[in-house]
Design a protein around this ligand. Structure first.
Ligand code: NDP
Length: 248
């Protein structure tokens, strides 16, 4: 395998579909050995075969990032497998939209646990590995919902605003260890993300919102991630916002 990142190792959470899957494929094409993480084993196996069939290298780990022990274990397993972890893509997420009044608070906990705590656990586990090897790159996936909250997006947006704050402090704490930190804020992307919205009105609102635009493809976001991770080591791409042309 040739590419700009031969010899590098990456762990991608939420690799079983959408942005995570496209990112895993794109960085594998650049020569990265990829650790694919998600809960759906069958989807990970399919992706693993696709990457191998195209000359790439990958392993899969079934894990729930919201479980602190599992999040630490996945980084430990990645490090044991290939002896380093150069890139962590914190992408796993869920979006359960709805109004605050009458909300199912279990969905709030799920979004906070996966979108925010899961990202923090993985980062916490990756930092000692990256420091010991002399550097690394952490990519955190936020959203344009992390820049602007709307009716129906209160808690989803809150998790993404929180990711933004965490990411800024993470960068300031770790640049002297040569750990680069990039926040990616996609606008509307055509993926399975909306499928888990249980509130019928919020689901209809979300579908109408996305149908009023030409949504991005997951590969568009993967390309932004590839851009960030292929810059020379002295270049720290702090933040990338990518919206469809017709998203305000
Ligand atoms: P998908 O639903 O296609 O992907 C979400 C991924 O997260 C899946 O692979 C899912 O895998 C994984 N995941 C969810 N919960 C967990 C968990 N507890 N542990 C491990 N993996 C988990 O949606 P997207 O690709 O759109 O979403 C990826 C990221 O992009 C999310 O953080 C989302 O908030 C963000 N985003 C998406 C936008 C969009 O318009 N689509 C816009 C802005 C940001 P599995 O179920 O197998 O565990």
């Amino acid at each position: 395998m040739t590419g700009k990142l031969v010899g590098k190792v990456a762990l991608v959470t939420g690799a079983s579909s959408g942005i995570g899957e496209a990112t895993a494929i794109a960085i594998a094409q650049e020569g990265v050995s990829v650790v694919l993480v998600a809960r759906r084993a069958d989807r990970l196996e399919k992706l693993l075969r696709h990457i191998s069939d195209n000359g790439g290298q990958a392993i899969s780990i079934v894990a729930d990032v919201a479980d602190e022990m599992q999040a630490h274990d996945m980084l430990h397993k990645a490090h044991t497998q290939w002896g380093r972890v150069d890139i962590l893509v914190n992408n796993a997420g869920v979006m359960q939209l709805g109004l605050i009044d009458g909300a199912n608070t279990e969905e709030w906990r799920s979004m906070i646990n996966i979108n925010f705590l899961g990202l923090m656990y993985a980062t916490h586990a990756a930092l000692p590995i990256m420091k010991a090897q002399g550097g690394g790159h952490i990519i955190n996936i936020s959203s344009t919902a992390g820049l602007e909250a709307n009716a129906n997006t209160a808690v989803y947006s809150a998790t993404k605003f929180a990711v933004g704050a965490f990411t800024e402090a993470l960068r300031k704490e770790n640049h002297s260890h040569k750990i680069r930190v990039t926040l990616i804020e996609p606008g509307a992307v055509a993926t399975e993300l909306g499928a888990q919205i249980t509130d019928p009105e919020a689901k209809a609102w979300a579908e109408a919102w996305i149908q009023s635009k030409t949504p991005l493809a997951s590969e568009d976001i993967a390309a932004a991630i590839v851009y960030a991770v292929t810059q020379p080591p002295h270049v720290n791409v702090n933040e990338i916002v990518v919206r469809p042309i017709d998203q305000q």
